[in-house]
Design a protein around this ligand. Structure first.
Ligand SMILES: [Zn+2]
Length: 164
């Protein structure tokens, strides 16, 4: 069994604190960009784990853990609250001025499709310097975890079944 303290240490060891105060997960992310962690053999979303470890509670009417910062890899408990899908859509629309749609106006997508294509061309995994996730993140004003997620996402989209 994973103890609370050990779990917390695992979270704190893998966070990147952004200038906005987000704790971005460094490591495995889901296709939607949420940080993922294995707890007792089960894959769990990091922001949900963090919310509960810090005393947050979900109820039947508010089963989801949502972000006030619209930053999927963030697991700062101060940026998390319990809610539901309807509430989330309303909140996001209010915060961003956009209804929840796909593509460039998606609330998780701070970049245009053109910028995403550019980043995918330029990003070199595990590199240092200009092609690194950190440097691209600074240039485009997004989190480093978001950059590596975008580029991982592209690998997922390729039809070939290679390494898993
Ligand atoms: Zn945040």
């Amino acid at each position: 069994m994973a103890t609370k303290n050990r779990l917390l240490r695992r979270l704190y060891n893998r966070r990147h604190i952004t200038s906005a105060g987000c704790w971005e997960w460094i490591g495995w992310c889901s296709r939607k960009g949420y940080g993922m962690i294995r707890v007792d053999g089960k894959a769990m979303a990091v922001h949900r784990v963090s919310f509960k470890l810090h005393g947050g509670r979900c109820t039947r009417r508010k089963p989801m853990v949502l972000h006030t910062c619209d930053n999927p890899p963030c697991f700062n408990p101060e940026h998390l609250y319990a809610g539901n899908a309807r509430r989330n859509a309303l909140d996001v629309a209010e915060r961003t001025g956009w209804p929840d749609r796909s593509g460039e106006h998606n609330q998780n997508c701070k970049l245009t499709d053109g910028q995403v294509a550019e980043i995918r061309c330029r990003y070199v995994p595990w590199s240092r310097g200009q092609a690194s996730a950190n440097s691209l993140a600074a240039e485009y004003g997004v989190g480093a975890a978001y950059i590596s997620w975008l580029c991982r996402e592209e690998r997922h989209a390729r039809p070939a079944r290679s390494v898993s």
